[in-house]
Ligand binder design. Structure first.
Ligand code: ZN
Ligand code: ZN
Length: 354
């Protein structure tokens, strides 16, 4: 903050705050807000949520409750004015995930302050995972793989996509994964050609490829994986496409080295798909960083020159989507070591005929 000239860091009860303090609250219409200046920290919270405040946070911050009928924005703005000076307003770094309504209310009361995104200073920290984060991410991916194995045993033929998605969520719960706030995507047959199809009432039929993309949460850390099995026998066309996507996934696994730009990993996978003649059907970036958020920096996308570094964790998820026919996506989570990437997702890659 000092280096960037930031006078105050203002966080919502979201993942940045969890990262810094271990506190995992939830945004609601009752304001919860964490403020950090050079020498003070304040947590403003609705009085009945006191039980959620952990010892670590209580130790580091003045915790001040507000009750219904108080004006929490007035409490917060007077604290900010006291700390950073009534005249200058200061430079305030604000949580990218703070509700805009709360930010607008604060900006109205602090007209002299200047604002920037807190990710400017927090993303560089959060991108580089430590050993504990590595272990939690690893465990999350392994548990997701177990849940998918259970789903394959349970059987997909004759179920609706929605039933399969609900059952997969149940298997994730049994595997001790907390519920993700997205998915699962279960996209069978032609539905698989839409990368972000949800799960519909379509019945999964013999011959259907099924794109299954899902995750869960393990002690705050996200799982994310995709496999595309086929019900019954795979067609020759599907086998050909599957092999190309698998090669692209493998190329992106082998590509990253510390110091290379993130876009080089996208390019490694994309080149395989382009050379096979399907470039126009790989319609999204190769991958996204993953940690406390399902999508976070670094993004493996064309134009991202950010150098790869040991400790980064990101998805490797090439896909080919053929409109009216089917889609194939194979997604693993990778973790950067000094020598190259490690796959945290252990679930096998070979084509499965269920
Ligand atoms: Zn995914
Ligand atoms: Zn993903």
């Amino acid at each position: 903050m000092n280096e960037a000239g930031i006078d105050a860091l203002l966080l919502a009860p979201a993942t940045d705050l969890r990262y810094l303090t271990g506190f995992s609250g939830r945004q609601s219409d009752r304001l919860t807000c964490f403020l950090l200046t050079a020498d003070e920290a304040l947590l403003l919270y609705p009085n009945f949520e006191k039980a959620g405040i952990n010892a670590e946070l209580a130790d580091m911050a003045e915790c001040r409750a507000h009750i219904d009928g108080d004006d929490p924005f007035a409490i917060l703005t007077s604290f900010i004015k006291d700390k950073i000076g009534r005249k200058v307003g200061g430079l305030i770094a604000v949580d990218n995930l703070m509700w805009s309504g709360n930010l607008l209310a604060l900006q109205e009361r602090l007209p002299k302050s200047r604002w920037l995104g807190a990710s400017t200073i927090l993303s560089p920290l959060r991108m580089l995972k430590d050993d504990e984060e590595y272990s939690l991410l690893k465990k999350a991916q392994v548990l997701a793989g177990q849940a998918l194995g259970d789903l394959f045993k349970w059987g997909l033929e004759g179920r609706t996509e929605r039933e399969a998605a609900a059952q997969l969520t149940e298997f994730c719960t049994r595997a001790a994964l907390g519920r993700a706030d997205w998915g699962p995507i279960v996209a069978s047959g032609a539905n698989g050609a839409s990368p972000h199809h949800g799960a519909s009432d379509k019945i999964i039929a013999k011959g259907d490829p099924v794109v299954i993309d899902f995750g869960g949460v393990y002690f705050g850390y996200q799982a994310d994986m995709t496999r595309t099995p086929v019900i019954g026998r795979a067609s020759d066309e599907f086998k050909e496409i599957y092999e190309i996507v698998l090669q692209a996934n493998e190329a992106a696994f082998r590509a990253p080295r510390p110091g290379l730009p993130c876009e080089a990993v996208d390019a490694a996978a994309r080149t395989v798909i382009q050379q096979a003649g399907y470039g126009e059907f790989f319609t999204h970036r190769l991958g996204h960083g993953i940690g406390l958020d399902i999508h976070e920096e670094p993004y493996m996308v064309k134009g991202n020159a950010l150098p790869i570094a040991a400790g980064m964790s990101f998805s490797d998820e090439p896909g080919i989507y053929l409109p009216g026919k089917f889609g194939v996506r194979i997604e693993d989570i990778l973790f950067m070591k000094d020598t190259g990437a490690e796959r945290l997702t252990e679930f096998p890659h070979e084509l499965r005929e269920l």
